[in-house]
Design a protein. Structure first.
Length: 634
C-alpha cells in the first residue's frame, strides 16, 4: 500500500511539472486603406510620399513597390516600418509604380492592403509664355529639345508629357498617321488639335498601363487603356466608388480634328474625360474601339445615389462613331457614353454600329439642364438581350433636359430610378422630347419607339413608324406626362407582348399614376391605338386625337380613370374595350386627309376637313374658332 501511494504522488507531481501553458491571445491586424498618392494619379515630381491609414492591432508594416502589377519587378521593399508614411526618391521618369502595404502584429498575423498605382511624368517644360503651339509630325523626334515647327516631336503621347499645363498651349498634330502605344495624358489647360479630321489618324494598339493580367481584361468603368485621357483625380481612392469624391478641375481645353482608330478592336477606348469641367470635344471620327468610343463623366460612384459633383461647361459636337460599342454577357455598352453632367451641350452626333448602343449613360447617368440634339444612329435591329440595340439610353434625368432632333432606326430609352427627381422642377419638366423620328428599317420590329420611365416629361413632334409600340410608359414614369402633336403609324399592324399599341401606359406598381395628357396625335395601323393598364391610374386625358386603323380597338382600358373627348375616327365606328370615366364629343367620318407625300404631308387635313376647328380648347395656340383634331394645326 505504501508503494502505491508513493507512486501516485510521484505521478501527480510529474503532471504538475509538465502542465501545458495556455496559448497567448493572438491579435490580428484589421483591414486598412492606402491614402496617397491617389490611385491612378500622375506625380508632379520624381519623388513620392506614400501614405496609408493605420491598421488597428498592427505593430509594423511592410511596404512593397514594383514596376508591374504582378510585382515581379521590385523597385523598393522595406519591413518593420513603424510609421504610416514613406518617401521614395530617385523615381524614374515616365514610369508606372504599383505599391501595397502589409500590416503585421506581434503575433505574426498580417493583412494586406489593396494595390495602388501612380505614374511619374517626363520632366515638364518650365513656364513658356512665348510659346503657344507645340508641333508633332510623323518625321519628328522625341527629344526634349524638339517640339518646334521646324523640329517637331514624333509622338503625341510624348508631347503630352512635356508641355506645361494651364497655359492654354496647343499640341498641334500635323497630317499623318500615328501609332499610339502609350496613352496621351492631356493635362488641364492644354489643347490637342489635329491639322484636319481626315488628315490626322491616331491608331491604337493594346495600351496596357493598367491591364489586369490576373483577369486578362480591362475594367470597363475606368479610364485605363484609353488612347487619349483627360483625367483628374475624382476619388481619394480612385478604384473605390465609396471613397470621398474630389471636385472636378477646370480643363479649359479643346480636343478636335482627329480620327481615332482602334485597329480592329485592339484599343480599349478612343477618348476618356473624367472629372474635368470646361472641355470641348469636336470634329472627330472614332471607330473600331474595343469597349467604348468616348467617355465623359465626373467620377465612379455608388449605385443609385446622386453624384456629389456634376461636370459643367461640357460641349461635345460634330462627332461620328463607327463600331465602337460592345455586347457583353449581361449588357451592351455604347459608342458615346456620358454621365453626371449639368448644362452640357451634346449635338451633331452620328453613330453606326453592328453590335453596341449609340449614345448611352455610364455609371447610372444623372443629367440636369443638358441638351442632346441633332443625333442620328443606325444600329443593329437584332440584339440577344433586348431585341434590338438602343439609339439613345439616358438614366436619371433631372430638371430641364432636352432631347431633340433625333433620328434612329431603333428605340430610345429615357428612364429614372424610382424616387429620383420626383419633384416638379421650376421649368415644369425634367425632360422635353421633340422632333424625333424612330423608323424601323426592315418594318418588323416588336420594340417600342420610345420608352419613358420618369415623371415630368413633355413629348411632341414625334414620328414612330413600324415599331411594336410607339411610346411605352411605366415604372418611374408615373405622373405629369404629356404626349402631343405626334404620329404613331405603321405600314402593317405590329404585334408584341403588350398587344401592339401606339401609346402604352402600364402601372404594374403599388404607386399611383396620375396626370397624363395625350392630345393632337395620329394613330394608324396599330393593334390598339392607346392601351392603358393598371387600377391605380388616376387620370388620363385623351383629347383631339385622330384614329385611323386600329385592328382590335382604338382604346383598351384595363383599370384606371380615362377621359376621352373630342377625338375623331376615320371612316369606321369607334371600338372601345373598357369603360372610360367619360367619353363625349367624339366624331366619326371621312377625315379628308391629303393622302400623299411624306408621312407628315400624308396626314395633313385638306381644306374643308371635319378635323378643322373641331377640337377642344387646350393650352396650345390654335387658328380659327377652335383647335384642329390631329397632329397639325392648319
Amino acid at each position: 500500500m505504501r508503494n502505491y501511494f508513493f507512486l501516485l504522488i510521484c505521478v501527480l507531481c510529474a503532471c504538475q511539472e509538465t502542465a501545458i501553458e495556455p496559448d497567448p491571445i493572438k491579435i490580428e491586424p484589421q483591414d486598412f486603406s492606402l491614402f496617397a498618392p491617389v490611385d491612378g494619379s500622375m506625380q508632379e515630381e520624381l519623388q513620392a510620399q506614400l501614405v496609408w491609414l493605420a491598421s488597428e492591432g498592427a505593430t509594423s508594416y511592410r511596404l512593397t513597390v514594383g514596376t508591374s502589377l504582378a510585382f515581379d519587378e521590385i523597385f523598393f521593399e522595406q519591413m518593420d516600418i513603424e510609421d504610416t508614411t514613406m518617401v521614395l526618391d530617385a523615381l524614374s521618369m515616365d514610369q508606372t509604380y504599383y505599391w501595397k502595404v502589409e500590416a503585421m502584429s506581434e503575433s505574426d498575423l498580417s493583412v494586406s492592403s489593396e494595390v495602388f498605382h501612380f505614374k511619374t511624368p517626363l520632366v515638364r517644360f518650365a513656364s513658356s509664355p512665348n510659346i503657344s503651339r507645340y508641333f508633332v509630325a510623323p518625321n519628328g523626334e522625341d527629344t526634349p529639345e524638339a517640339g518646334t515647327e521646324d523640329r517637331p516631336w514624333k509622338s503625341p503621347a510624348y508631347a503630352s508629357r512635356l508641355v506645361p499645363k494651364d497655359e492654354g498651349d496647343e499640341i498641334f498634330i500635323k497630317y499623318g498617321s500615328y501609332e499610339i502605344t502609350d496613352p496621351i495624358l492631356l493635362e488641364t489647360g492644354t489643347h490637342l488639335i489635329g491639322e484636319s479630321k481626315e488628315g490626322v489618324r491616331l491608331f491604337g494598339t493594346e495600351i496596357t498601363k493598367y491591364y489586369d493580367p490576373l483577369e486578362e481584361k480591362y475594367d470597363k468603368l475606368f479610364f485605363d487603356g484609353s488612347m487619349i485621357q483627360l483625367v483628374s483625380p475624382s476619388r481619394e481612392t480612385m478604384r473605390n466608388p465609396a471613397s470621398k469624391a474630389i471636385a472636378p478641375m477646370q480643363g479649359n481645353q479643346q480636343v478636335r480634328n482627329l480620327t481615332l482608330d482602334g485597329q480592329n478592336k485592339q484599343a480599349k477606348t478612343g477618348l476618356w474625360v473624367e472629372n474635368r469641367n470646361a472641355v470641348e470635344i469636336a470634329d472627330q471620327h472614332i471607330e473600331n474601339m474595343k469597349y467604348r468610343g468616348m467617355v465623359v463623366m465626373s467620377a465612379p460612384k455608388l449605385w443609385m445615389l446622386e453624384p456629389e459633383f456634376y461636370l459643367t461647361d461640357i460641349h461635345l459636337h460634330d462627332l461620328s462613331f463607327k463600331n465602337s460599342g460592345k455586347d457583353l454577357e449581361d449588357e451592351s455598352i455604347g459608342n458615346l457614353n456620358v454621365a453626371q453632367l449639368d448644362g452640357a451641350l451634346i449635338e451633331d452626333i452620328f453613330i453606326e454600329d453592328d453590335e453596341g448602343y449609340g449614345l448611352k449613360f455610364i455609371i447610372d447617368g444623372y443629367y440636369k439642364n443638358c441638351v442632346f440634339r441633332n443625333i442620328e444612329t443606325q444600329l443593329s435591329e437584332q440584339d440577344k438581350l433586348w431585341g434590338e440595340d438602343i439609339g439613345v439610353e439616358l438614366w436619371n434625368l433631372g430638371e430641364n433636359n432636352l432631347v431633340e432632333n433625333v433620328k434612329s432606326n431603333t428605340w430610345l430609352s429615357l428612364v429614372n430610378h424610382g424616387g429620383i427627381f420626383t419633384d416638379k422642377p421650376e421649368s415644369g419638366w425634367n425632360l422635353t422630347v421633340r422632333d424625333i423620328e424612330v423608323i424601323d428599317n426592315d418594318g418588323k420590329s416588336s420594340k417600342e419607339g420610345i420608352e419613358i420611365g420618369l415623371p415630368h416629361v413633355d413629348i411632341s413632334k414625334v414620328l414612330v413608324k413600324n415599331k411594336g409600340m410607339g411610346i411605352a410608359i411605366w415604372n418611374a414614369g408615373n405622373h405629369n406626362i404629356q404626349i402631343h402633336h405626334s404620329l404613331f403609324i405603321n405600314e402593317k399592324h405590329q404585334f408584341n407582348w403588350a398587344g401592339g399599341s401606339g401609346i402604352y401606359i402600364d402601372n404594374s406598381t403599388d404607386n399611383d399614376f396620375n396626370d397624363f395628357r395625350i392630345n393632337h396625335n395620329v394613330f394608324d395601323k396599330n393593334v390598339f391605338g392607346i392601351k392603358v393598364k393598371g387600377a391605380k391610374i388616376k387620370k388620363v386625358e385623351i383629347t383631339n386625337n385622330l384614329f385611323i386603323d386600329s385592328k382590335t380597338a382604338d382604346l383598351k382600358i384595363d383599370g384606371g380613370q380615362l377621359y376621352f373627348s373630342n377625338n375623331f375616327k376615320h371612316q369606321t365606328e369607334w371600338v372601345i374595350d373598357g369603360d372610360p370615366q367619360s367619353a363625349e364629343y367624339n366624331l366619326t367620318g371621312d377625315a379628308m386627309l391629303n393622302g400623299s407625300g411624306d408621312d407628315y404631308q400624308f396626314y395633313t387635313p385638306e381644306q374643308g376637313s371635319p378635323l378643322i376647328d373641331a377640337g377642344k380648347i387646350l393650352k396650345d395656340p390654335f387658328n380659327g374658332s377652335a383647335p384642329d383634331i390631329g397632329y397639325v394645326e392648319r
